[in-house]
Design a protein around this ligand. Structure first.
Ligand code: UD1
Length: 434
């Protein structure tokens, strides 16, 4: 097991490039198997969740060739009809996209139930409701979701909750039905739009992605395509808030500014200077930032995946801030770690009441999940002294070369190896591995 050692206190400064969006790449790679022709996907981030979905599609016979560090050629013409029960599948939540992809293409899917981030109960009832509405029989057996249909037929589906995963899964299956499917109360996240654009480039007929109502006219078959994934708005946002927390000056390239509007608005509100151009954003913080209230909401609201990062920044801002988590039920697990660094935060239900402190102090902390892990690294970068961040496998699920990119911004962060796989940093070897 590796961990990060961070000496805090240096304002981040410089320029970085953002990778492709993990949460767009997961469904797009899953949907690549929906044709027997070759699909080329570019701008795929090099993170462990992506390696897991690649391993999952390979396990059922998909031919995958990595032609460059961020480009894959995928051919799903030799898929064998069997369960997707690769070890990798159970590790990632995005593996459930294989249900929509396989059901649409073969009218049969058998996929292990996913795990994913440890941020509370994550039901999949809306996915199941959608598949059933299209005519599939869905059951859960021995830890697997099994979906079967003699034929899929378009349907009118109203989602009871705005769900990114359910919107995406239904869009995939519905693109290979007979007739028209209408998804109401659909998720509007940029990666929903990216998947729709990808499927349309394969011959699907999807309209309205990015609005509440998506219309999908089923087609007989899909064909090969060459597609480049959108930039990762959460990776970009993480560096924006890292710049803010360390009172730095960071320019983030290869982004779509519109996808970051809820973040730039909050950063401006608390006192950062933001400069935007066509595909870059510069974040400058020259003084102590001020307090605000934030509530996480589906896009275009403030993303739940940025809630820990903004909380870390508000923990250092003047005054009292209130952060309300309205998407996931237990997404404040990192607060205990932050309190160990000197933060003054009280969690009541789904609300964190944050009294800003002048400084955090470095210590040994454990990443509870992907985004909270990144947020704790931001806290360590802003803290006095040295911190060790353990369980970084969570962070590696979604951030490409996080320590390397931070180092280009002047951060003092190294990857070290635990002596015996425990999280006892005192026994860690000082053995630099990155
Ligand atoms: C996706 C993202 C995740 C992000 C989340 C919200 C991926 C791989 N993950 O997760 O990073 O935090 O969107 O933007 O893209 N719900 C139900 N029933 C369902 C499905 C969802 O009740 O069938 C609830 C969930 O418990 C949650 C809310 O709906 O409270 C939103 O979940 P959803 O949008 O589905 O999140 P994911 O797609 O799992």
């Amino acid at each position: 097991m590796n961990f990060y050692s961070v000496r805090g206190g240096t304002p981040l400064s410089g320029e970085i490039e953002i990778a492709g969006a993990k949460n767009a790449a997961l469904p797009i790679l899953a949907a690549s198997i929906m044709t027997d022709e070759t699909v080329t996907v570019e701008n795929v981030p090099d993170v462990s969740d992506i390696r897991a979905i690649i391993s999952a599609i390979e396990s059922i016979g998909t031919k995958v060739v990595k032609t460059s560090p961020h480009t894959y050629e995928i051919n799903g013409s030799h898929i064998v009809d069997g369960p997707v029960d690769d070890d990798a599948v159970r590790k990632i939540r995005g593996s459930y996209y294989l249900i929509g992809a396989l059901l649409g293409k073969y009218k049969h899917a058998e996929v292990s139930l996913p795990k994913g981030c440890n941020i509370g109960l994550r039901p999949i009832d809306q996915h199941v409701k959608g598949f059933r509405a299209l005519g599939a029989e869905v059951r859960i057996e021995h830890g697997m979701i099994v979906a079967d249909a003699a034929e899929l037929t378009g349907s009118h589906i109203y989602l009871d909750v705005v769900s990114v995963g359910a919107t995406i899964n239904i869009m995939m299956a519905a693109s290979r039905t007979k007739g028209l499917t209408i998804i109401e109360n659909a998720a509007k996240e940029p990666h929903v739009v990216d998947l729709a654009n990808f499927l349309n480039s394969m011959g699907a007929q999807i309209k309205g992605a990015g609005t509440d109502v998506i219309r999908i006219r089923g087609v007989q078959s899909l064909h090969g395509t060459d597609y480049s994934i959108i930039p990762d708005q959460i990776e970009a946002g993480t560096y924006m808030f890292a710049a803010a927390a360390t009172r730095g000056d960071v320019t983030i390239h290869s982004i779509i500014p519109k996808h970051l509007e809820s973040l730039t608005a909050k950063l401006r509100e608390i006192g950062c200077q933001i400069e935007e151009s066509d595909d870059a954003v510069r974040v400058v913080a020259t003084r102590r930032l001020s307090n605000t209230h934030v509530k996480t909401l589906p896009y275009p609201g403030f993303p739940t995946d940025m809630q820990p990062q903004i909380s870390v920044v508000l923990g250092l801002s003047s005054g009292t801030s209130i952060v309300t988590e309205s998407i996931f039920e237990s997404r404040f697990k990192y607060v205990d770690e932050l309190i160990r660094m000197g933060a003054q935060i009280k969690v009541e239900g789904n609300t964190a009441i944050i009294d800003g402190v002048e400084k955090y102090s470095g210590t040994s902390i454990v990443a509870p999940d992907l985004r909270a892990g990144a947020a704790l690294v931001i806290a360590a970068l802003a803290a006095d002294g040295v911190s060790q961040i353990h369980d970084i496998q969570y962070i590696e699920r979604g951030y490409e070369d996080f320590p390397g990119k931070l180092r280009t911004l002047g951060a003092d962060i190294v990857v070290l190896e635990e002596a015996d796989g425990s999280t006892d940093d005192l026994r860690a070897q000082i053995h630099r591995v990155s």
